[in-house]
Design a protein around this ligand. Structure first.
Ligand code: ARG
Length: 466
C-alpha cells in the first residue's frame, strides 16, 4: 500500500477501510488530466525558482514517459494505490528518486483533484457538444427533405392541426440549440484554474498561478478564493443538470419514435440495425434503442440528485464526501455520449412512412380550425365560427365522413357564407401552407428557418472545435 501520508500514524490502515477509502479504481480515468496538471505545476515550480530548472525538466520528462507507458499498457494503475495522484507521484519517485518527492511542493491533493475533475469535465462538455452537433446534422437532413411531408400535429396526444415532418423535427433542433448554449455557458463559467489553492488556505510559496492557469488553457485565469476552489463542484452539478435536460429531450424524442413505430401508428420503420426481435414472438420488431434511451434518462437524473444531495451537507472546505462526485458523474457523462451516438444512428437510418403520416393528417378533423378561420375571414366572430365548425364536425361524425366529405349543402345548413372554395380552404396542403407566421410549418416560414439552421451549422464554431 504505497501512501502519500503516514508519518504521524503508528499502525496501518485496516485493509477493508483502506479499500473503502480508495478511489484509484475509478479516478484512474483521469490519468491524463492528473499528469497534465503535474506537468504544469512542475513547469511553474521551475520557472519560479522553487525547484531548479533541471529538476523541473527531469520531472516533466518522467511524467511524459509515465503517460506514454500508461497509454501503451506498459504500466497499469492497480488497486494497491489509494488514488491516481498517489500512483503518479509514487511511480515518479521510483523512477527519478528524491526529485520526484518535490513535485507536491506547494500543492495538495485537494487542489489537485479539483483541477483534474475540472479538466476532465471540460473535455467531456466538448464531447457532449459534438454529440449534439452530429445529431443536429442528421435532423437538418430530415428537415430539408420533408418540408411537404404532412402529418398530424398533436396536443394531449390527440390529433390537433396538420404540420409537416420538417416542422416537427425542427422543434427538436431548437431544443438541441438550447442544450448547446447551456453547455457553452457552463464551460465559460467554470473555466478558471484551482491549482495553487493548496489544501484550503493557499500556500506559503510564491507560486505563479496565472502561469499554470495559462498553461492549462483556463481563459479566466486562477480562481479567486482558495477555500471555494477546493470545494466547488457547482460546475459538475450544472453539467449534470444540462445532461439531464439533454436526456429529457432525447427521452421525449424516443417516446415519439416508440409511438410512431407502434403497429397502430406505423409512421416510421426503425431500421433492422437499430431494432431487436423477441425470443418467443417471431413477428416482433422492438424499438429497444429508443426505449433504452428513455430508460437511461432516470439514471442521469439520479446522478444529478446524488451529487446535489452529497454536496448539501458539506461545510467548507474539502471533505471526503466529495470523492463521491466521480462515479456518478462519469456514469452520467458516458451514458449521455452513448445515448447521443445510438439515437443518432437510429434516427439517421429510420424510414418515415410518408403516406401513412399524410393519411393520418387527413383524418381526425385536423382542419376544423381552418373551417372556422374560413368564416372569420368573412367577418364571423371567431367564437361563433368555432361553434359552427364544431357542429360540422358532429355532422361529419354522424355521417361517418371527414369535413372534406361533407356536401356544400351540409355546410350551408350551418352558415350561408360557405361557398365552393371551402374545400380548397380546408385541404391539407392549404391548411399547412396558410400557416405563414414565422415559426409555423408553412413553407414561407420554413424556408427562413432552414436558412437559419444552415448558417447555424456552418458558423456555430462549437466547443468541440476548440
Ligand atoms: N480521491 C480524493 C477525491 O476524489 C482525492 C483528494 C483527497 N484529499 C484528501 N484530503 N484526502 O476527492
Amino acid at each position: 500500500m504505497p501512501k502519500l501520508w503516514g508519518g504521524r500514524f503508528t499502525s496501518a490502515t485496516d485493509r477493508s477501510a483502506y479499500e473503502f477509502n480508495a478511489s484509484s479504481g475509478f479516478d484512474k480515468k483521469m490519468y491524463k488530466e492528473d499528469i497534465a496538471g503535474s506537468i504544469a505545476h512542475a513547469r511553474m515550480l521551475g520557472k519560479c525558482g522553487i525547484i531548479s530548472s533541471d529538476e523541473s525538466s527531469r520531472m516533466i520528462d518522467a511524467l511524459i514517459k509515465i503517460r506514454e507507458d500508461l497509454e501503451s499498457d506498459a504500466l497499469h494503475v492497480t488497486d494497491e494505490y489509494e488514488d491516481i495522484h498517489s500512483f503518479v507521484e509514487t511511480i515518479l519517485t521510483e523512477r527519478i528518486g528524491d526529485i520526484g518527492k518535490k513535485l507536491h511542493t506547494g500543492r495538495s491533493r485537494n487542489d489537485q483533484v479539483a483541477l483534474d475533475m475540472k479538466l476532465y469535465t471540460r473535455n467531456q462538455i466538448k464531447l457532449t457538444d459534438k454529440g449534439i452537433f452530429d445529431l443536429q446534422n442528421t435532423l437538418f437532413d430530415i428537415i430539408k427533405n420533408n418540408t411537404d411531408t404532412y402529418m398530424p400535429g398533436f396536443t394531449h396526444l390527440q390529433k390537433a392541426q396538420p404540420v409537416t415532418l420538417a416542422h416537427h423535427m425542427s422543434a427538436y433542433f431548437e431544443m438541441f440549440i438550447r442544450d448547446r448554449e447551456r453547455l457553452k455557458s457552463i464551460f465559460d463559467r467554470m473555466n478558471s484554474c484551482p491549482l495553487g489553492s493548496g489544501a484550503l488556505a493557499g500556500t506559503t510559496y510564491d507560486l505563479d498561478r496565472e502561469y499554470t492557469a495559462e498553461l492549462l488553457l483556463f481563459d479566466k485565469g486562477p480562481t479567486r478564493n482558495s477555500m471555494d476552489s477546493v470545494s466547488d463542484r457547482d460546475y459538475l452539478i450544472e453539467f449534470l443538470s444540462a445532461l439531464s435536460i439533454i436526456m429529457m429531450h432525447l427521452s421525449r424524442f424516443s417516446e415519439e419514435i416508440i409511438i410512431w413505430n407502434s403497429n397502430e401508428y406505423s409512421f416510421v420503420e426503425i431500421d433492422d440495425r437499430y431494432s431487436t426481435g423477441s425470443s418467443i414472438m417471431p413477428q416482433k420488431k422492438n424499438p429497444d434503442i429508443a426505449e433504452l434511451v428513455r430508460g437511461k434518462t432516470g439514471r442521469v437524473y439520479g446522478s444529478l440528485m446524488s451529487l446535489l444531495t452529497t454536496m448539501k451537507g458539506i461545510p467548507l472546505a474539502y471533505d471526503k464526501d466529495m470523492q463521491e462526485d466521480k462515479e456518478v458523474s462519469f456514469d452520467a457523462m458516458e451514458t449521455v455520449h452513448d445515448c447521443l451516438r445510438e439515437f443518432n444512428g437510429m434516427l439517421s437510418t429510420i424510414t418515415f412512412n410518408k403516406n401513412t403520416m399524410e393519411k393520418s393528417a387527413r383524418q381526425g378533423f385536423t382542419n376544423a380550425t381552418d373551417a372556422a378561420d374560413y368564416l372569420v375571414k368573412k367577418g364571423v366572430p371567431f367564437r361563433d365560427a368555432h361553434s359552427i365548425s364544431g357542429r360540422l364536425v358532429l355532422k361529419a361524425i354522424s355521417l361517418n365522413t371527414s369535413l372534406d366529405g361533407l356536401s356544400l349543402s351540409d355546410y350551408k345548413e350551418e352558415s350561408d357564407l360557405f361557398e365552393e372554395d371551402i374545400y380548397d380552404a380546408i385541404s391539407l396542403k392549404t391548411c399547412v401552407e396558410k400557416r405563414v407566421t414565422f415559426g409555423a410549418p408553412g413553407s414561407a416560414s420554413m424556408k427562413k428557418i432552414i436558412r437559419y439552421y444552415d448558417e447555424y451549422l456552418k458558423e456555430e464554431a462549437g466547443l468541440w472545435k476548440n
